[in-house]
Design a protein around this ligand. Structure first.
Ligand SMILES: [Zn+2]
Length: 312
């Protein structure tokens, strides 16, 4: 019966359907550059594509009764992430965790909230969202690269001081404050059963960023110790804030890059070099993923110089 029905559809209708499918397909192709990856039963990874202005990675965990998502991306990224979550489960997306306050990890919050989620973050991140985050929001599209007009900010309504645990016997997700490091409020999501660690921007791995060390609240020496600590947890999969997943090795690469930059900036300051001397002279090319982006390196070196000199 079905086959017979299909054969009797007039040609112009088939053409219309094909055109419709083509347009839909094209929209989604533009919208997503890499398919969602299942990391473990009920645990999924969404690649945040910087070139498509949806830069932050997302992880979600399907519990028995609800879904917890890690990082909210920009609003258009959040809309796409919610569509992708719907392909993996029909359970409600009840929580979205912000690893830190930056625009690319939090501006999609309102999209999650409108679909029924509660925003979760460390108490320190909540505070940063209301202060430094306001400075970012005042510049809106200069950061997001898209029209923020239809969207609003949403702040955490559930916060924790040091740790918050979601555990329904099937999955366990520990949200753990690690900052100050890349920001004051950095927190990670740790899945001890699957040994999956979502780091936020404590660790990035390409796409095509070097690394953003230019936060006002960054604490570089502590950040190095945090990376050492994270590397000792025995994660088998590390989901960085941006770029490709890896093993614990990407934490070490991140550490080496940051330590090298810090040592060179410190040495430059000790020997009386100017900020722009350092921008010209510091060579980070031995760090292939993070060191390759000179725009990002220069911004980071300038910020590090200012912070270490107490100018900022
Ligand atoms: Zn980020």
């Amino acid at each position: 019966m079905e086959q017979a029905d299909r054969i009797t559809i007039p040609f112009f209708k088939v053409k219309g359907v094909l055109l419709f499918l083509f347009l839909v397909n094209n929209f989604y192709l533009n919208a997503q550059s890499r398919p969602v990856q299942a990391l473990a039963p009920g645990v999924f990874y969404y690649f945040g594509d910087e070139l498509q202005k949806k830069s932050a990675n997302c992880l979600w965990v399907v519990f028995k009764d609800y879904v917890l998502a890690v990082d909210a991306n920009y609003p258009w990224g959040a809309e796409e992430i919610l569509r992708e979550i719907r392909k993996t489960t029909d359970k409600p997306v009840r929580f979205v965790f912000n690893t830190h306050y930056h625009h690319d990890h939090t501006w999609g919050n309102s999209v999650f909230v409108d679909s029924g989620a509660v925003v979760v973050a460390s108490r320190v991140t909540d505070g940063e969202m209301r202060t430094l985050g306001q400075v970012e929001w005042d510049r809106r599209s200069a950061y997001s690269g898209g029209d923020m007009g239809p969207y609003r900010r949403e702040f955490p309504s559930l916060t924790f001081d040091r740790r918050m645990v979601f555990d329904d016997g099937t999955h366990r997700v520990e949200l753990i404050l690690m900052g100050p490091a890349h920001t004051a409020g950095d927190a990670v999501a740790w899945l001890p059963k699957e040994k999956i660690l979502a780091t936020g921007d404590l660790c990035v791995n390409g796409n095509p960023w070097g690394n953003n060390v230019a936060d006002k609240n960054a604490d570089y020496d502590r950040w190095l110790r945090v990376l050492d600590s994270l590397a000792s947890w025995g994660a088998s999969t590390v989901i960085p804030g941006h770029g490709d997943p890896g093993g614990s090795g990407i934490l070490k690469q991140q550490r080496d890059y940051l330590a090298d930059m810090l040592a060179q900036v410190r040495k430059g300051i000790e020997t009386g070099k100017s900020k722009e001397d350092l921008v010209k002279e510091i060579d980070l090319s031995k760090h292939p993923v993070r060191g390759g982006n000179t725009v990002s390196n220069h911004r980071s070196i300038r910020a590090m110089y200012d912070k270490l000199k107490g100018l900022w």
